[in-house]
Each structure stands twice: as C-alpha cells, then as structure tokens.
Ligand binder design. Structure first.
Ligand code: HPA
Length: 278
C-alpha cells in the first residue's frame, strides 16, 4: 500500500461497505455506457475521493461505479486521468493503485484507439496482445513506492488466460475480436501521417493516449490485465477524413454496446470459472 492512495482507500472502502469487487473495469473515451449495464449501480463522484481530480473531458464521467455485472461484484472507473491533461504519472495511476490496495486481482482496461493495421475499420474490437510505450514517461520512475516492484517483468503485460477467455466469449457470441499491439502516445494532438507510419514500423496495430501507464503500474503490483480497444477511426493519413474527438466519441458510443456485451461475457465467464462451473 502507498501513502498516496491511503486517503482515497479509506473513503472508497467506507463507500463499498461489505462489497468486495474482485474485478475492476476501466472505461475509455465514450465507453462510459458500460457502467449502465451494472445492476444496483452505486456512484461515487471523484470529487468525494481524496487525491482524485475532476475529469476535464467530455465522454469521461468522473466517478467510480460499483455494482453487479455477469453475476459478480465489479468496480468501474468511469473517467481516466491522462498525462496530456497535465496530470503527473502518480495521478494517472492513482486508480490503479487503489484497485491493488482494495485487493482487486484483475482489471479490464478499455480504450478508444486509432486503427493502424489496414484492416482495422472503425468499429473493430481489438484485444491488446502487447503494448509499446511511446509516451516518454514511466509511472514507476522515481523513489520506489512501497508495494511496487522496482523492475517489474513486462514479458506478458496482458494476461494470456484472460486473452483466451475474451476470445472464447467473443467466438461464442459471434463477435469479431482481433489481436493487436497498442502503441501508447502522450497526445493530446493526434498523430501526423509520418508518425503513424513510424508507429506501424515499430509494430503498433492501433494507437491511443491511455492504458500504457496503468498497465505498467498494475503489473508492478501483480494484477492481471485484459486490454480491449475499440477502433474509433483509421489513424491519421490512412483515410481522407481529418480526426476529431467528437467523431471518436460518436463511434465509441455507437460501437460501445458490442464492447459492453463482450466485457460482461468475460466477467460472467470469470465468475463461472472461479465457481467451478466452466
Ligand atoms: N490516435 C490517438 N488516440 C486516439 C485515436 C487516434 O487516432 N483515436 C482514438 N484515440
């Protein structure tokens, strides 16, 4: 546990009461609708959590939501803190450290991303197989925070079992789910076409401005991660349309339902697996 997360932990534990979520869901831009799938949803605005700034972005609600999904108690982070908003790395990963301190073992991170692989049209769902950190920052840089590993192994940032589960659930539901590498950049400007060509050469299939730091922080505490990207647009230079956050959000909202069903299915399967019925 860290001193940074302790005041937030006290408030969130008191709010959760007897509820013990074992899965956290991080909802990306325009994907907050996933929280509407929760039964008995209970909302805790960030303004009531010490150390949590308000979110500055349209499409990011700024609250934790606890409730039941797929037969299981989950905790949703509806609204991220991005480095491009001026937040330091410690703030970007504060919710991740909170999940660890709450004893949550698995985190499903969703995001909106630009498609680099030529077959990734808007609406494509991509399971993140690996990530490339091109943000020029690492949330673990600095004095070692108690509870973190100094040199965490990153040879499997995304959990193989969770990836296999996501593919099984997608297959059973007739949902097309691709695998790909997420390239994480700082933003907030979208990439230039030359940068997209560079990212492609570096092995990225999709590009976005979140997720990277959270996964590093979560792996430093041993939590298992599943990353699901919704491709909201073709990356810069791959289509004739200029990029806009409004279009990203429109596509995220339109295609978000498929992602919501997939996440619910994964959570239900996790539940069944742990209950011994899968
Ligand atoms: N680039 C970076 N981040 C994004 C994009 C993009 O094209 N689309 C959605 N998030």
């Amino acid at each position: 546990m860290t001193s940074g997360v302790t005041p937030a932990l006290a408030v969130v534990e008191a709010w959760l009461g007897g509820r013990r979520p074992s899965v956290a869901l991080v909802l990306g831009s325009g994907l907050g609708g996933l929280a509407d799938r929760l039964d008995g949803a209970d909302h805790l605005p960030y303004g009531r959590i010490p150390g949590f700034p308000g979110t500055t972005l349209p499409g990011h609600a700024g609250e934790l939501v606890a409730g039941m999904l797929g037969g299981r108690q989950v905790l949703c982070q509806s609204g991220r803190f991005h480095a491009y908003e001026g937040h330091g790395q410690a703030t970007v990963i504060l919710p991740s450290r909170l999940f660890a301190a709450l004893g949550i073992g698995q985190v499903i991170l969703t995001n909106a991303a630009g498609g680099i692989r030529r077959t990734f049209a808007p609406g494509t769902l991509m399971c993140v197989a690996d990530q490339v950190n091109l943000t020029w920052a690492n949330p673990l840089a600095g004095a070692l925070v108690p509870g973190d590993t100094r040199f965490p192994d990153m040879s499997a940032p995304f959990d193989a079992e969770l990836i296999a589960l996501a593919h099984r659930v997608a297959g059973a539901g007739g949902v097309a789910l691709e695998d790909g590498v997420y390239g994480g950049v700082m933003g907030p400007s979208y990439e230039t076409p030359a940068e997209v060509r560079m990212l492609e050469r570096l092995g990225a299939d999709a590009v976005g401005m979140s997720t990277i730091a959270e996964v590093i922080a979560l792996r430093a505490r041993g939590l298992r991660c599943l990353g699901l990207s919704l491709i909201t647009n073709r990356a810069a230079g791959l289509s004739l349309t200029p990029l806009s956050h409004a279009d990203v959000m429109t596509t995220a909202r339109a295609a978000g339902a498929a992602l919501g069903r997939l996440v619910e299915g994964v959570v239900a399967s996790l539940h069944a697996r742990e209950a011994g019925t899968l």
